[in-house]
Design a binder for this molecule. Structure first.
Ligand code: ACM
Ligand code: ZN
Length: 543
C-alpha cells in the first residue's frame, strides 16, 4: 500500500486545521486544504451502485439521529453532492479497506477499492462533522487516503456474567463500526448464564439462562442480591444482530465455551458432567441464595471444576448439535470454542475420562483437553468452519488449523505464530477493558490497571517474531468481561476511551501514531461520546 500513497503530501491533521480534523483512528494520509463544504438537507448523495446502500444508509441514519435530517440519493448532480465510487481492486491492498475521501467546496468524492472501503470513508466523513447538533454542517476541505494496518480489529463482550438487551448489542456494534473495527466477539455461554436459544436443548435457556442470585461487590462479596437474574437471545434476535452487524461490515464471531466455564449448561443437563449426582460447588466465602443442592447456575465469579465430561460420547453429540444450530445462525467462518481455564480435577477422577485417555494413548489431562478441542475442530472443519480458541488450546498440542487468541500475555501468541498458526492478540496488560483505567476507580472493577495511554502504547506484533511469523498476527481485540459491569452505562464507561485508543493501534501504521496527537484528538472524541449520549471515563478529559 505504501507505494500507491506517494502522490499525497503527508501533513498531519494536528498541524493544519487542528480544530476541524480530529479523526480517530488517525488515517494514514491527511492533506488539509482551504475552505469548506457545507452539508445541508439540500445536499444530495450520488450513487449508481446498490452495493453502497449499506454505507449510505449508515450515513443518513447518523445524520438523522444526530442532526435531524437525511440526504436524498440521486444518479447524478453537478454541485453540492457527496459521490460514492468504487474503484474495484485496481490496487489490491493487503488488508481490505483502502479508500480516498476528497472534500472540495463544491463536492465530496468517496472512492474505495471495495464496498467496505466506502463504509470506512463514511466513518471518516462522520468524524469531519461538527460535534454539536446543527442544520448546516461544515466539512473542512481535505484529501484523505487510508487503509487499515491489521485485518482483525475486534471487540469482545461477555454477556454471560451480565446480560445486555439486543438494543445495547446493536449500540455496541455501532461503536465498533464508528471506530472502523470489523469483528464482534460475542461471548455467549458462561458458568453464570447460557445466553443463546438452542432449539434442540430448551433447558439451556429455561434453566441455564437464569441464576438465583449474584454476589454483591468484589469477590468473594459482601452478600448476595438474592434476585433471580438472567436472560437470553432468541434465534430470531441472534439473526437480527448478525444482520445488523453485516450491514456495518462487521463479522460476529460467537463463542461457545468448552470444556470449562460450562456450569450453566451442566445445570440444564447434568449428564454433561463427569459426576451428574454431585451438587454444584461454590466457595464457602461467598453467600449463596436459594437451593444449593443438585446442579446450579453459578452465582459467583471464578473458575469451576465441574466441566464437560470428555469421556462421554454424549458430550460430543450435545456440542455438535449445539454447534449445528450456531452455524445456522452465524455465517462467520470462525467459531470461538473457548478452551480457557478448564480445571482437570474432575477428569482426573472420572473413570470415563480416564478410559478415554487409555483408549487414545493420551499421557495426561492436558492431552485430553487437546483431544477434546481437536475433535471439535475436526467437526467444525468438516462443515467448512475454523476454530479460534484461548491460548490454553496450545497445552497438550494445538489443533491443526486453529487460530489462537493470546490472553495470558503475549507468550501464547508468540508460540502459536512460531508453530505457523494465525494469532489474535488480546494480552491482559493492554487489552483487558475490565481492568481499572484510573488508579482510584469510583466503582468496583476486577482490578488491574490499564490506562488509555497503556492501551495506546500497545504493539500487536511481538518483537520476538520473524518477518514471516509477524504476518500471522491477524490483529488484536479489546476484551470486556462483565463480572463487575451490571448495566450498559458501566460497559460504556469501561470501554471509552480505551476502545478509541485500540482502534488506532489496529488501524494506523506505527509511523503515523503519536500519543500527544491522539490525546489532542481525544478531546474532540469526548464531545462525540457526548453527542452519542454514551458514558465514558473522564480521566483524560481536559477541562
Ligand atoms: C479469559 O480471560 N479467561 C480468556
Ligand atoms: Zn469425565
Amino acid at each position: 500500500m505504501k507505494k500507491c500513497l506517494l502522490f499525497f503530501t503527508l501533513i498531519f491533521s494536528s498541524m493544519v486545521y487542528a480544530q476541524d480534523i480530529q479523526i480517530i483512528p488517525q488515517p494514514q494520509k491527511v492533506r488539509a486544504g482551504n475552505g469548506s463544504f457545507a452539508i445541508s438537507s439540500k445536499t444530495v448523495i450520488v450513487s449508481k451502485d446498490r452495493k453502497d446502500k449499506r454505507s449510505i444508509d449508515f450515513f443518513n441514519h447518523y445524520l438523522q439521529q444526530f442532526y435531524g435530517f437525511s440526504l436524498q440519493v440521486k444518479n447524478a448532480a453537478s454541485t453540492n453532492y457527496i459521490s460514492f465510487q468504487t474503484k474495484r481492486f485496481i490496487t489490491k491492498p493487503a488488508n481490505e479497506g483502502h479508500y480516498t475521501l476528497d472534500v472540495t467546496p463544491r463536492r465530496i468524492v468517496i472512492d474505495g477499492d471495495a464496498d467496505v472501503a466506502n463504509f470506512y470513508a463514511v466513518q471518516t466523513l462522520i468524524q469531519l462533522l461538527p460535534v454539536e447538533r446543527k442544520k448546516t454542517l461544515s466539512i473542512p476541505v481535505v484529501a484523505v487516503e487510508d487503509e487499515p494496518r491489521f485485518g482483525y480489529r475486534g471487540m469482545h463482550l461477555d454477556v454471560g456474567r451480565h446480560f445486555f438487551p439486543v438494543e445495547f448489542i446493536k449500540k455496541y456494534i455501532d461503536f465498533i463500526a464508528l471506530h472502523k473495527m470489523n469483528t464482534f466477539h460475542w461471548h455467549l455461554t458462561e458458568d453464570q448464564g447460557w445466553r443463546i436459544e438452542i432449539k434442540k436443548y430448551p433447558n439451556l435457556t429455561v434453566k441455564g439462562a437464569y441464576r438465583n442470585g449474584t454476589i454483591i461487590g468484589h469477590y468473594p462479596g459482601t452478600g448476595n442480591t438474592a434476585q433471580y437474574y438472567g436472560g437470553y437471545y432468541t434465534q430470531e434476535q441472534v439473526k437480527e444482530v448478525v444482520r445488523y452487524a453485516a450491514d456495518r461490515f462487521i463479522t460476529v464471531i460467537p463463542e461457545i465455551e468448552m470444556p470449562g466455564h460450562s456450569s450453566a449448561a451442566i445445570a440444564a443437563y447434568p449428564q454433561l458432567s463427569c459426576f451428574p449426582d454431585e451438587s454444584t460447588k461454590h466457595s464457602p466465602k461467598c453467600v449463596w441464595n436459594g437451593d444449593s443442592t443438585g446442579k446450579q447456575v453459578q452465582q459467583t465469579w471464578g473458575v469451576f471444576e465441574d466441566v464437560y465430561c470428555a469421556g462421554k460420547e454424549n458430550t460430543f453429540h450435545f456440542l455438535e448439535d449445539v454447534l449445528d444450530e450456531v452455524m445456522q445462525l452465524f455465517p462467520s467462518k470462525y467459531i470461538h470454542i473457548g478452551g480457557d481455564e478448564c480445571p482437570k480435577a474432575n477428569w482426573h477422577r472420572c473413570p470415563l475420562c480416564q478410559q478415554r485417555m487409555r483408549d487414545n494413548n493420551l499421557k495426561d489431562e492436558h492431552a485430553l483437553q487437546s483431544y477434546f478441542i481437536q475433535r471439535i475442530e475436526k467437526y467444525l472443519n468438516s462443515k467448512g468452519r475454523q476454530i479460534i480458541g484461548w491460548d490454553e488450546i496450545l497445552e497438550g498440542g494445538l489443533a491443526p488449523n486453529a487460530t489462537v487468541m493470546s490472553w495470558r500475555g503475549e507468550k501464547g501468541g508468540i508460540e502459536a505464530a512460531q508453530q505457523k498458526h494465525t494469532v489474535v492478540m488480546t494480552p491482559g496488560e493492554w487489552c483487558y477493558f475490565d481492568h481499572s483505567q484510573v488508579k482510584n476507580e469510583d466503582s468496583v472493577t476486577i482490578g488491574g490497571y490499564t490506562s488509555v495511554e497503556k492501551v495506546y502504547s500497545y504493539e500487536p506484533v511481538p518483537a520476538q517474531l520473524s518477518e514471516q511469523q509477524s504476518q500471522l498476527v491477524w490483529g488484536a481485540q479489546g476484551n470486556v468481561w462483565t463480572e463487575y459491569m451490571n448495566n450498559v452505562s458501566k460497559v460504556e464507561y469501561m470501554i471509552f476511551p480505551r476502545m478509541s485508543a485500540l482502534s488506532e493501534v489496529l488501524w494506523t501504521n506505527k509511523e503515523n501514531k503519536n500519543w500527544n496527537d491522539f490525546d489532542k484528538r481525544l478531546q474532540t472524541q469526548f464531545k462525540r461520546y457526548d453527542l452519542w449520549e454514551c458514558n465514558y471515563s473522564k480521566a483524560y478529559l481536559k477541562k
